[in-house]
Design a binder for this molecule. Structure first.
Ligand code: SDX
Length: 432
């Protein structure tokens, strides 16, 4: 039970002292409650990147960065990957408990019912220039859903939340698949009622009238596991963006579109694409892993080891371990080796034995191996962050809903340390 069970004290330069409550959370971590600090003392805190700031109370996801622990609603990530599929985990994140057989069947029927895209939205795809980045299309399409399905704007949004949530979970997959087909210049493939969420996605990507295509069960299993690995991750950049936009009472589609834009960045969800580009450069230019490790340590260069390091994990990202094992399983099933995986494993070994990385607690993160699996499944690099967004969607939705139902939440509005000029007088333009 989260409780305020102790005190802390601030002593100011003028000798005054200010007592603050200390909150202990369900895992024994302590937080100093500064919610009245400015009102009571005139002081604010300064914490660029919010590395030391809790923005909310949340029961959705637990991470221990020092021990490499990740849990969704109390379930360990390894347990979920081994025993659930992505829809069960999406249900868990959004509803707060794992579904039973009946609930799972009903959810699947709802997702299927809402998997089609409004016919007018399809025309938008044809308006993008060839080569447009899929995240540009995904973000604008997700925001546009609110124009075609305005339920959350009209009557009581709570009344339509379940419908809106299921609609978004299902249509995001369709939008992602159509984005790929648009880029290839192919016709769209409709979702099928007799395929699961992941079978449908692969079929919507790769089905062809001239090929007898059936989704590879190994790839279907790997995709379920990959989407579970990406499904939530506490208050990361994109989830914080969804919460901040949602705190203005913007609708769910608009808030998730903001999350897509935040995820697009190479420091966040764009890293899996950057990992592949890095591995291909190593192979293409014949670089040694030692060369690359040296480049990553060179402060005069902006080069960093993509897929390495993390804001929270200061040991192995548990998702990286699982993804590495999945890589090996997918390859074994295809009875082939893969140069990219070989180089990735050599790079990991070289970095983990180097003092620079050891001292800075830099380990592979979720993005280091997942890109290779997507590559083995025939998914192009430009789609990697789109799949990350598909996986992260139930987490974004869960956090949006948790904010809406939190009685203590207000519109997000951080303060600042002002470093600009003092008062200046405008000089008329004729005299400037
Ligand atoms: C994700 O927040 C989440 O939960 C995100 C995520 C999720 O599921 O939502 O887990 C998904 O975004 C994973 C991270 C993907 N990004 C990358 O792989 C990009 C490469 N990684 C780096 O850009 C970096 O590690 C970050 C951005 C991930 C973390 O940055 P930090 O914690 O702010 O680390 P830092 O910038 O303070 O670096 C500390 C030191 C610095 O050196 P010194 O100044 O101490 O000499 O470590 C160095 C950095 O230069 N460093 C690296 C490095 N990452 C950090 N050096 C080389 N290669 C790297 N990858």
């Amino acid at each position: 039970m989260v409780k305020e069970d102790r005190k802390a004290e601030l002593s100011f330069p003028d000798g005054t002292r200010y007592e603050l409550g200390v909150i202990t959370d369900n895992m024994g971590a302590h937080s100093i409650d500064i919610s009245n600090l400015r009102k009571d003392t005139g002081y604010i805190t300064y914490d660029p990147g919010y590395m030391n700031t809790g923005s909310c109370m949340s029961s959705i996801c637990y991470i221990d960065g020092e021990k490499g622990i990740l849990r969704y609603r109390g379930y360990d990530i390894e347990d979920l990957v081994l025993n659930c599929d992505f829809i069960e985990v999406a249900y868990l994140l959004v509803k707060g408990m794992l579904p039973n057989v009946k609930e799972r069947q009903e959810y699947t029927q709802l997702l299927n019912k809402h998997s089609l895209l409004h016919v007018d939205m399809r025309n938008f795809f044809r308006s993008y220039p060839h080569g447009a980045h899929p995240m540009a299309i995904l973000a604008s399409m997700v925001a546009s859903l609110s124009a075609f399905y305005p339920e959350m704007e009209e009557r009581d949004p709570e009344e339509n939340i379940d419908l809106t949530v299921t609609r978004l979970l299902s249509k995001m997959r369709t939008i992602a698949a159509f984005t790929y087909r648009q880029d290839k210049g192919y016709d769209f493939v409709e979702p099928r009622y007799d395929y699961s969420y992941c079978e449908n996605f692969l079929n919507m990507l790769f089905s062809s009238p001239v090929v007898d295509y059936h989704p590879d069960p190994v790839h279907v299993k790997a995709l379920n596991q990959l989407l579970i690995l990406h499904a939530d991750h506490e208050q990361n950049c994109s989830t914080s963006a969804v919460r901040l936009v949602g705190s203005s009472e913007a609708n769910l589609y608009a808030s998730v579109a903001a999350g897509c834009c935040a995820l697009w960045g190479p420091k966040h969800g764009g890293a899996n694409q950057a990992v592949m580009e890095m591995l291909e450069r190593i192979i293409g230019e014949g670089l040694s892993v030692e060369d690359v490790v040296a480049m990553a340590k060179d402060k005069s260069s902006s080069f960093r080891l993509s897929g390495f390091g993390h804001r929270v994990y200061k040991t192995f990202d548990p998702r990286a371990r699982i993804a590495k094992r999945m890589c090996q399983e997918v390859l074994a099933a295809q009875h082939k080796e893969d140069r990219l995986l070989e180089v990735a494993m050599q790079l990991e070994e070289a970095a983990l034995s180097d003092e620079y990385f050891i001292q800075r607690n830099l380990y592979p993160n979720v993005d280091f191996y997942t890109g290779i699996i997507f590559h083995l499944m025939g998914i192009p690099q430009s789609m990697f962050t789109v799949l990350f967004a598909m996986g992260r969607l139930p987490g974004w939705i869960a956090h949006y809903l948790e904010w809406r139902h939190d009685p203590y939440q207000k519109i997000g509005r951080p303060r600042q340390v002002y470093s600009g000029p003092e008062l200046k007088k405008v000089v008329p333009i004729s005299n400037r």
